[in-house]
Design a protein around this ligand. Structure first.
Ligand code: ADP
Ligand code: GLC
Length: 485
């Protein structure tokens, strides 16, 4: 195919329109990277108030009623450095007119009508992809992300002349489950109530719209692509994933190296690169002041910026906070499950000056923790890719991670051999236990105090290239294979 493939990326979040986690970072950055390798990539998102506020120039280009629900299609352009702007489509409907987090109310409860909301989003996106809403553009490939866009490949499979479909799993643990009467109101074909289609232990799992129907399945690291085919990490879907393993591939995420660049980051007290790494100490001192930590330049300051959910191993971190070695400080920014927020708040008040916890979502502080911390902790129970350890590497902040998913694929453990070969970039530990995490922190402290090996790890990490180009080329190849088939 000689002309530029037209690819519609569909997802429930994309930075800078709206973001709750790494999905937003990825869907925010991938379209520009795809355009840079010659893809006519476009983005479609629900028109949440936050998204509309981020693109005030969005204009209505079509109106329709899908399955009885009125919706409006808006179009806007997002500027891209050094390139033509990215076309963004927003699907506007009453269901999306809720401020704040796109999935939850202010108390952290999922909106009960999420399956219906995202089913509507998928119907709108399918109509757009088929050229039914904006007649001057149709997609050759629809690239859907996570369960909220899971119905798209399934809906498109019903079309005689349809775009090819790719479904990317960012997190298999979120499945879009919907039971009984609620499922019936979605108006899906009756024969999708089958284990071969969407049925999942007596409910519908909207993620199966992607897993069972997409032409290709990808996930965000090679290790996670293997893991999700096992009972341990498969969340009940490993059988289906093994069955589809011939069309399943792991493509490691990149990071936005403009947005996450310690040499230019406007959020920092001091900017630095590998040649001015000593300036990182200014960011550390500023972070200690900002968070009320003791002004100790020689303490090993551990940072963490995370959704506070079971996945992230928050319980493992909590279990070691009471008995940290002297000379270790901890700074956590996060929001999520109330019990974790409460326990972190309590730990901070029991160890003032040594442990700091900031509840909530704060993009600027996330950058300042990456820059000001010496090491970055990520004791995840599972981790499809993980972006924050990649940001840490770029900021000369040594990651301490569990050997799972993308963490295992991106961090090289400081074994004697890896240190001697100049390959080590962090501390990697295996068991999901607080003892193993405590040991990893002690290893980090010893290396930090030794000085030279620590600096070598910082520099090795900072020299790595995690930009999006490689991943974008792999997605392009995938699209081309689908279009040639
Ligand atoms: P996940 O997608 O599982 O949440 P990732 O490591 O892939 O994990 O991405 C997390 C993204 O969300 C990063 O950009 C991180 O900085 C950001 N993030 C998480 N929690 C917060 C928070 N409380 N405030 C600001 N940014 C946050
Ligand atoms: C998910 C995963 C995370 C990954 C991100 C982007 O939220 O939890 O590991 O980095 O998606 O793909």
């Amino acid at each position: 195919m000689s002309r530029r493939p037209r690819v519609l990326l569909a997802a429930s979040e994309a930075y800078p329109l709206i973001k709750t986690g790494g999905l937003g970072d990825v869907v925010g950055a991938l379209p520009a990277a795809l355009r840079a390798v010659g893809v006519d990539a476009r983005l479609v998102l629900p028109a949440y108030p936050a998204a509309l506020a981020a693109v005030p120039t969005a204009r209505a280009i079509a109106r329709s009623a899908l399955y009885g629900t009125p919706l409006t299609l808006l179009q806007a352009e997002l500027p891209i450095d050094g390139g033509r702007p990215l076309p963004v489509y927003l699907i506007q409907a009453t269901a999306f007119e809720r401020s704040g987090n796109p999935y939850q109310d202010v108390t952290g409860q999922d909106w009960p009508d999420n399956p219906a909301r995202f089913a509507l989003f998928c119907r709108g996106a399918a109509a757009l992809a088929l050229g039914h809403l904006a007649p001057d553009w149709r997609a050759d490939v629809v690239h859907a992300h996570d369960w909220q866009a899971g119905l798209l490949p399934a809906l498109l499979s019903l079309e005689p002349k349809r775009p090819r479909t790719v479904f990317t799993v960012h997190n298999l643990a979120y499945q879009g489950l919907v039971a009984g009467a609620d499922a019936d109101t979605l108006g899906l074909p009756a024969d999708w109530w089958s284990p071969d289609a969407l049925e999942f232990y007596g409910q519908l799992a909207l993620i199966k719209g992607g897993l069972a129907f997409a032409d290709r399945i990808t996930t965000v690291s090679p290790r996670y692509a293997q893991e999700i085919q096992t009972a341990e990490f498969g969340c009940g879907l490993d059988g289906l994933l093994r069955y589809r393993s011939a069309v399943l591939v792991g493509i490691l995420n990149g990071i936005d190296t403009e947005l996450w660049n310690p040499a230019t980051d406007p959020a920092l007290a001091a900017r630095y690169d590998a040649h001015s790494l000593e300036r990182k100490a200014i960011d550390k001192a500023a972070l200690q002041t900002e968070l009320g930590l003791a002004a100790e330049p020689d303490a090993l300051l551990l940072g963490m910026v995370s959704r506070l959910v079971e996945q992230k191993g928050v319980d493992l971190l909590l279990a070691v906070l009471g008995s940290l070695p002297a000379g270790v400080q901890v700074a956590v920014l996060g929001s999520g499950q109330a019990e974790y927020e409460a326990a972190l708040t309590a730990a901070a008040s029991q160890h003032p000056g040594q442990i700091a916890f900031k509840a909530g979502y704060d993009e600027g502080l996330a950058h300042r923790i990456q820059a000001g911390a010496d090491a970055y902790v990520m004791p995840s129970r599972f981790e499809p890719c993980g972006l924050t350890q990649l940001y840490a590497l770029r900021y000369g902040t040594v990651p301490i991670v569990r050997a799972v998913g993308g963490l295992a694929d991106t961090v090289v453990d400081a074994t004697a051999a890896n240190l001697a070969a100049g390959r080590a970039t962090g501390i990697v530990f295996e068991p999901a236990s607080s003892a193993a995490l405590a040991q990893a922190i002690q290893r980090a402290l010893d290396l930090y105090r030794a000085g030279a090996p620590w600096r070598q790890m910082q520099l090795t990490g900072m020299a790595q290239d995690h930009s999006w180009q490689r991943a974008a080329e792999r997605y392009l190849t995938l699209y081309q294979q689908l279009l040639a088939a």
